[in-house]
Structures are given as structure tokens and as C-alpha cells.
Write a protein that binds this ligand. Structure first.
Ligand SMILES: *Cc1c(COP(=O)(O)O)cnc(C)c1O
Length: 350
């Protein structure tokens, strides 16, 4: 496969197999509602054998499956090893007992306030601003995380976040995470961002999201226009694990976000059978920098129960990163890091 990054972002059009009426291109909420949650349906759409579906039904019991159509449309039918499918398809390995893999590998649950505020790092405050995602990544480190927040971003909840931000003048950056902050509708999201922007000691806001990748229709012209009016630098960190995730619609969404004046970064989880080979990583990071999205972090997998089959040994990760350094400009090589419970920052792995 060519590694020049312009290459072959293959798109598999499964639309002929979808019998539901296709929602309007910009109606991201309809797309969200029509996400595929039944493993049998996913397997039928992708022409996968029935034993794959049976296994998926069992594994989805502990953590439900959720795959939005625009993401599904980029998968190759008939290929159980497709790198996009592997990230979302429940498999038997998830339910096997996994030594050293736990429900809260980062020890976050006791740290989160009842409003979903998490301050682990100095000067930055992380808010679990939405309690859902558009896609369920099987390796999610918060897959067992019950965030006790009520209706996402209600007025009371947003006020509670602001009270926490106002209480500590050392906080100069607010990070919206989740769940996925772009699950909030425009009114909720912008209300929250505008209020944060009014706090005098806050200098930047950061949004960690996978939404522009899985439902690019979420990034409407209207949203981009509103973002460009915020009186504060906005950073987006896009969760993206494979070049095939970046089809033409996603690249357009990225351009709309960029046109809003936001700075775009990417974070990637190193995943066995998805992107743990040099060609996949080269193609991913080159595609990202060609879209002016800067690779920021390459994460060592968090050891969450159910995800052991995704783990890549650190030595192999280090070897891959060294090879990336030899072959890419420095700015296209992300920092390879691991998170440790109780750590004051992420630890570099070389
Ligand atoms: C990583 C992380 C941060 C800080 O992110 P940096 O990009 O390292 O500044 C803050 N809060 C949580 C919970 C994180 O995981």
C-alpha cells in the first residue's frame, strides 16, 4: 500500500444494502438515532457469517454495540478483520477473564465529582460534559464508567461546572470530554463554551471528540460559524485510529472545523489488529497532516477489562514509533504515552 498519505482512502459504499430511509445529509441527530445497535443487523449489512453475530450478541451484553451508518459505510463487506469493524464489533475475547485488566484502570471514578468534573492535572479542568458517544469503541477506558450526571448540560449542571472553574483561579484551560461533547446540541454546547469563555482566568478551551470522524454531518456550517465567534482559542482533539476513517465527508468536516479558526489535533490509540503496523500508522499520520490536523498523542491502551485483545506490547510500540521518526517529518509523529493512575501527567514511552 502506498504510504504517501494521499493514497487510497477507500470507501465502501454499503448504501444499497441499507433499507432504512437515509436521513438528510445534515440531520446528524437522525443519523444518531439510526445507528446500528443490533449485532445481527451489523452482520447482515456487512455480509458476515452468523457465528460472528452470535458471538457479538453475547459480548454486547456487558457493553452494548453502537455503530452509526456513516462509519459503517467505510467498512469492507465480508471482512471480519476490517480495521474499522474491529474497533466496534463485540467479540468473545471481551468476556474472557483478563489478568491485570480492570473496570477503572485509571482510578478515575473516585476522582470525578457528581457533576462530572475531573481534576487530575494541574491548571487544566476536565469536564465529562456528555454521558454518551455516537460510537461504542470496544476498547473504551470508560466502558464501565457510570457518570452520575443528570440530563446532559442542563442549566444546573453547567452552573455547577462554572462554579468549579470560578473557584480555582489557577485553571487556565477547560477540557470538554465525556462521552462526546459533540453529542450536546448546538445550543447546549455553545451556551457552555460561551460561559467558559467569560471566565477571566480561563485562556483556552479544548474539546475531545470522535464525532467528526463517525458522524461528520455533526460539523455543520452553522456550528463552525458559531465556533468562530467565540472569544477564546478553541482546540479540537479528534480521536482517529486509521486512515480509512478519513473519507471525503470526514475531510470536509475537518475543513469546516478548521475554517472556524480552531486548532486541530488528533489522538490515536495503538490497537492490535487495527493500526499496529507501520503502513497503517504512516498512512494515518500523513493523511492527518495533509488535512492540517496535528498528531498529538499515540496512546498505549489503558488496561480496561474487555480490551485485552487490543493490547500491543510497549516494546513493539516503541519500535513502530522509532520507524515513524525515521520516515516522517517531526511534526507528524505523535507523542507515544501511557496514562498511569495517580500520575500528574501522561508518561512518555519514547
Ligand atoms: C490527558 C488528560 C488531561 C490533560 O491532557 P494533556 O493533553 O496532557 O494536557 C487532563 N485530564 C485527563 C483526565 C486526561 O486524561
Amino acid at each position: 500500500m502506498p504510504d504517501d498519505g494521499k493514497a487510497s482512502t477507500v470507501s465502501y459504499d454499503n448504501s444499497s444494502r441499507q433499507n432504512s430511509s437515509r436521513p438528510g445529509a445534515s440531520d446528524w441527530q437522525a443519523i444518531l438515532r439510526e445507528a446500528v445497535t443490533a449485532p445481527e443487523e451489523l452482520c447482515r449489512l456487512l455480509q458476515l457469517p452468523s457465528h460472528v453475530a452470535e458471538e457479538a450478541v453475547v459480548a454486547a451484553d456487558a457493553f452494548p454495540m453502537c455503530v452509526p451508518q456513516p462509519f459503517l459505510a467505510r467498512m469492507k463487506p465480508g471482512d471480519p478483520a476490517d480495521p474499522l469493524l474491529r474497533q466496534v464489533l463485540p467479540i468473545r475475547d471481551e468476556v474472557a477473564s483478563q489478568e491485570g485488566f480492570t473496570e477503572d484502570p485509571l482510578g478515575e471514578q473516585p476522582l470525578a465529582s457528581s457533576n462530572g468534573v475531573l481534576q487530575k492535572y494541574q491548571r487544566r479542568l476536565l469536564i465529562l460534559s456528555a454521558d454518551a458517544c455516537a460510537v461504542h469503541c470496544r476498547f473504551c477506558f470508560r466502558r464501565h464508567f457510570a457518570v452520575p450526571i443528570g440530563p446532559a448540560a442542563s442549566r444546573e449542571i453547567v452552573n455547577a461546572w462554572l462554579a468549579e472553574i470560578n473557584r480555582d483561579p489557577t485553571i487556565n484551560e477547560v477540557i470538554l470530554s465525556g462521552g462526546d461533547p459533540l453529542m450536546l446540541d448546538d445550543a447546549q454546547l455553545l451556551d457552555c463554551l460561551q460561559k467558559i469563555a467569560q471566565v477571566s482566568h480561563v485562556q483556552r478551551v479544548r474539546v475531545h471528540t470522535r464525532m467528526p470522524i463517525v458522524i461528520p454531518q455533526r460539523v455543520t456550517e452553522a456550528l463552525a460559524a458559531h465556533l468562530s465567534n467565540l472569544a477564546m482559542p478553541v482546540y479540537f482533539v479528534l480521536h482517529c485510529n486509521h486512515a480509512r476513517e478519513l473519507d471525503a465527508d470526514v475531510r470536509s468536516a475537518i475543513r469546516r472545523l478548521r475554517a472556524s479558526g480552531a486548532t486541530l489535533l488528533a489522538q490515536t490509540v495503538l490497537l492490535r489488529g487495527v493500526n499496529d503496523d507501520i503502513q497503517s500508522l504512516l498512512e494515518l499520520f500523513q493523511t492527518l497532516v495533509n488535512e492540517q490536523v496535528m498528531p498529538y498523542y499515540l496512546h498505549q491502551l489503558d488496561r480496561v477489562a474487555g480490551a485485552a485483545h487490543f493490547e500491543v506490547p510497549v516494546e513493539r510500540g516503541q519500535m513502530l514509533v522509532q520507524e515513524l521518526r525515521d520516515r516522517l517529518p517531526g511534526y507528524a509523529v505523535p507523542k507515544y504515552v501511557r496514562e498511569t493512575p495517580g500520575g500528574t501527567c501522561k508518561s512518555p514511552l519514547g
